[in-house]
Design a protein around this ligand. Structure first.
Ligand code: ADP
Ligand code: MN
Length: 502
């Protein structure tokens, strides 16, 4: 149809339902055909790439239904929205100029602020090369509860301080909960207002979780959301990955895919392994709530934790896994090698061959000789992890150890913490219990019991001869360390000075 609008096709490029055939004159048919031809020409001129994308391989691998029209439409829409917002920001800037009073176009934006992928929102490989290994010492809050002298004294109950703190805490509410743009305005909320808001935020959160549940379950099959697919698509498109062949594992917190590696996108990067595992940390926030305790008390992430929205916290899990794997790699512990981190997607080398992942220790039947070998290897790796990497796995068991090329490989280290983590020693004890029990049941008579193993790994020489007392001593040590941190602003070393392996 000729009109004043842009030469935009009135038809959707993905095709439209066939119109029921109507009887009409030959002349009508002829002109309709002509119109269709003209339109097709126009379409292919206007959308050369779109047509190519629709036909070409999307994410290769026949069994992944990613070439769906809906998917493509959503991704294009996402790109469009982003461009639209960028344009809007330019217009807003131009409109306001140097004026002291400005008008915000915020409400006209397409992308939800918490969904946006603006660069400042990005926790990416580029930003996180630096391992916060020996990060700045944890800050101390004076135990006495006040700062300053004489009339300049400020207690923790100070109204202004308290109000500001409350305002800052508000940012920890669920992302769906709009708290307004008080940031930068030095708002001071009273405790009463804060508590009322908090209550409301929680009930809102529960309500919206119920609403979202239906939506999420319907897409649970596909396991990854459009944004993640776009990320994966870009990795294939850039040639970094050859093909993504399929899903290896779907857990509560992550989905793992197998892929064939492609070519490195820039020269300085290391070569991409022929087979890769892609771990996608689920952006469904609910599952991660119970993992707070690992990261919240990890001082490496302390400063950032309070400022982040839950989406960023999930990226932090991926980041943690990357840093921990890198440390392990440097110590020579058999584990996947990091290829790249993009937001909540971690690409690493694949442990296994020809798309078949190496079996977990719990699934493999080892000869008693191999079992004994595996035990000593695990004991050694636990010591290395503790001493050389300054890490406690914190989820070590036969489920997270793979048997490949005649040795044990450690995986799944996103929750690993440093031994000085407030619960680090408890996590270590739990790891020791799992390992001891597994190998003792597996018939390794030499296997140390969990308490002996704990001492062998940590060199702490806790003498209690029963579980309860042992646990109590561990907790007392942790408490001592925390008190020390409070007083002196630094961690006590939990390493014995001699470097000899026991
Ligand atoms: P989760 O937190 O879901 O347990 P994992 O990192 O343990 O995540 O991965 C889940 C499963 O995926 C593992 O049990 C293992 O079978 C497989 N897997 C993960 N990473 C790799 C890898 N690099 N190579 C081969 N298989 C892997
Ligand atoms: Mn696991």
């Amino acid at each position: 149809e000729a009109g004043p609008g842009p030469a935009w096709p009135s038809k959707c490029p993905w095709g439209a339902p066939k119109a029921a055939p109507m009887s009409c004159s030959l002349a009508d048919v002829m002109s309709e055909q002509l119109a269709k031809e003209l339109q097709l020409e126009e379409e292919s001129a206007a959308f050369p790439e779109a047509a190519a994308v629709a036909e070409g391989p999307f994410i290769t691998g026949e069994n992944i239904d990613t070439s769906s029209d809906l998917m493509l439409a959503q991704m294009l829409q996402m790109e469009f929205d982003r461009e639209y917002d960028a344009q809007l920001r330019r217009e807003e800037k131009k409109f306001n100029g140097d004026s002291k009073v400005s008008i915000s176009f915020e409400n006209y934006r397409k992308v939800h602020p918490f969904d946006s992928d603006s660069s400042e929102d990005e926790v990416d490989w580029q930003d996180t090369r630096h391992d916060p290994y020996r990060a700045d010492k944890p800050t101390t809050t004076p135990k006495k509860g006040f700062i300053g002298k004489g009339k300049d004294i400020t207690t923790k109950h100070d109204e202004v301080v308290c109000g500001r703190k409350n305002t800052a805490r508000m940012e920890n509410f669920a992302p769906e909960f709009q708290v307004g743009d008080g940031i930068g305005m030095d708002l001071k909320l009273s405790n009463q207002v804060f508590n009322a808001l908090k209550q409301h935020a929680y009930s809102e959160e529960r309500r919206s979780a119920r609403l979202h549940e239906k939506k999420e379950h319907s897409t649970a099959e596909k396991a990854v959301d459009p944004k993640t697919r776009l990320l994966l698509y870009k990795m294939v498109n850039s040639g970094m990955l050859e093909t993504i062949t399929g899903c290896i594992s779907t857990g509560k917190e992550s989905v793992v895919f197998h892929a064939y590696g492609g070519k490195s996108t820039n020269e300085e990067d290391k070569v991409i392994p022929p087979e890769c595992a892609i771990k996608v940390f689920k952006t469904t926030l609910n599952e991660f709530k119970n993992r707070d305790k690992y990261i919240k008390d990890d001082y490496r992430f302390k400063d950032r934790f309070s400022k982040l929205n839950p989406r960023k916290i999930i990226r932090m899990w991926a980041e943690k896994e990357m840093h921990n794997l890198t440390r392990m790699q440097n110590a020579g512990i058999p584990c996947p090698q990091v290829v790249i981190l993009k937001k909540h997607v971690l690409v690493m080398s694949f442990i296994g061959q020809d798309q078949a992942p190496a079996p977990k220790l719990k699934d493999v039947k080892l000869s008693s000789e191999d079992m004994k070998k595996a035990y000593y290897q695990v004991l050694n790796m636990m010591q290395q992890l503790y001493k050389e990497c300054n890490l406690v796995h914190a989820d070590l068991s036969e489920y997270n150890m793979l048997w490949h090329e005649g040795k044990v490989w450690l995986i799944d280290v996103s929750q690993s913490v440093e031994p000085t983590h407030p619960h680090g020693l408890e996590f270590l004890f739990r790891d020791c219990r799992n390992v001891s029990q597994f190998f003792q049941k597996g018939g390794v008579t030499e296997a140390l019991n969990e308490r002996e193993l704990f001492n062998a790994v940590s060199n702490l020489n806790i003498t209690a001869d029963n579980e309860v007392d042992f646990q109590a001593e561990i907790e007392a040590l942790e408490k001592m360390n925390e008190d020390h941190v409070q007083k002196h602003g630094k961690k006590v070393s939990m390493f014995p000075s001699d470097g000899d392996p026991p």
